[in-house]
Design a protein around this ligand. Structure first.
Ligand SMILES: *[C@@H]1O[C@H](CO)[C@@H](O)[C@H](O)[C@H]1NC(C)=O
Ligand SMILES: *[C@@H]1O[C@H](CO)[C@@H](O)[C@H](O)[C@H]1NC(C)=O
Ligand SMILES: *[C@@H]1O[C@H](CO)[C@@H](O)[C@H](O)[C@H]1NC(C)=O
Length: 292
């Protein structure tokens, strides 16, 4: 009898501990085995469509200014626009318009952190926003339909319905991976290009490409401050593990977080992401995560 009672007590207290642990932080998620609290930062105030679509976010680090590309209200002549908000002072916010008759439908951007320049890509080429003055001036490839932009020492871009990634070095343009269709991409420190197209997610450099996933619906790509590449989809965040032997590269799921719109990293390398028009930050916590 005593034995049974002891056993029952043990079961009961084990169950209680489990419940206590589970109740510790309901707003937390595991990211790569570490528990993070999901903190609401702000709601973006832009003339959004009914269904809020934010394709890309990135931070101008010097000012802590978050840029985001979004689809404006249906009665707007433009399909895409870029908005911004200062994370330290939400009153500093706005929407950047294209250059009439030259570059409209600005749907993509890339930031040169060092020179505090923001390159904006639209259906008439690339324009440049001087973040100090907020003035937009024509930059390059005028007349081209720019679908994706990236900055690492140079401006890299992808044109609609074209192949490869073009890098602009002064007046000279070079096409990389000219044999592959590319929709969106990032370039890592070793010049490996991670890209998405309608066949899936790939890594590529020079003549080598390797498909990491046949899922063509990853929503975007971003690089953290340590140079790690991440992608995300409706079921969470994945790290792209790039091997020296590109064929051994792979993706690893690091967080289960549903309905992320776009994501980037703040100046402390914390993840910032959008869900609808809300912006959240993941901050490391000593608490235990509910989902184990
Ligand atoms: C998580 O963040 C919220 C504020 O966004 C805060 O109220 C809560 O105490 C935090 N929880 C933990 C476990 O840090
Ligand atoms: C933002 O504007 C509101 C209303 O004008 C004001 O009350 C608030 O103090 C401002 N915030 C900052 C950080 O300046
Ligand atoms: C989290 O859970 C572990 C194992 O269940 C426990 O040892 C630790 O004390 C818990 N941490 C906190 C802050 O309660």
């Amino acid at each position: 009898m005593m034995m049974i009672l002891l056993a029952l007590l043990a079961v009961a207290s084990a169950a209680r501990i489990e419940i206590e642990v589970a109740a510790e932080c309901a707003s937390c998620v595991l990211f790569d085995k570490i528990c993070y609290n999901v903190t609401h930062l702000l709601d973006l105030q832009a003339p959004f469509r009914n269904k809020i679509v934010i394709h890309k976010i990135d931070l101008l680090r010097y000012e802590n200014r978050l840029f985001y590309s979004f689809e404006p209200t249906i009665d707007d002549e433009e399909y895409y626009k870029i908005g911004f908000v200062n994370l330290d002072d939400q009153n500093i916010s706005g929407v950047i318009n294209g250059v009439p008759k030259l570059v409209v439908n600005i749907g993509t951007f890339a930031i040169d952190q060092e020179n505090r320049r923001v390159y904006l890509g639209g259906d008439g080429g690339i324009v440049l926003l001087d973040a100090k003055t907020n003035i937009v001036v024509p930059y390059s490839s005028l007349g081209d339909d720019i679908r994706s932009l990236f900055y690492k020492h140079y401006v890299y871009f992808v044109r609609f319905d074209d192949r490869g990634v073009i890098v602009k070095k002064g007046d000279y343009f070079k096409t990389l991976l000219e044999y592959m269709p590319v929709k969106t991409f990032v370039v890592n420190k070793n010049d490996v290009i991670v890209f998405l197209n309608s066949y899936g997610l790939y890594v590529g450099k020079d003549a080598i490409t390797h498909r990491l996933s046949i899922n063509a619906f990853f929503r975007g790509l971003t690089i953290d401050l340590d140079g790690e590449v991440y992608t995300w989809w409706i079921d969470g965040i994945y790290r792209v593990v790039i091997d020296k032997n590109l064929y051994r590269s792979k993706i690893v799921k690091v967080a289960h977080l549903t309905s992320i719109g776009a994501m980037t990293f703040d100046n402390e390398n914390n993840i910032i992401f959008t869900m609808d028009k809300s912006v959240y930050r993941l901050t490391e916590t000593k608490y235990n995560c509910t989902i184990i």
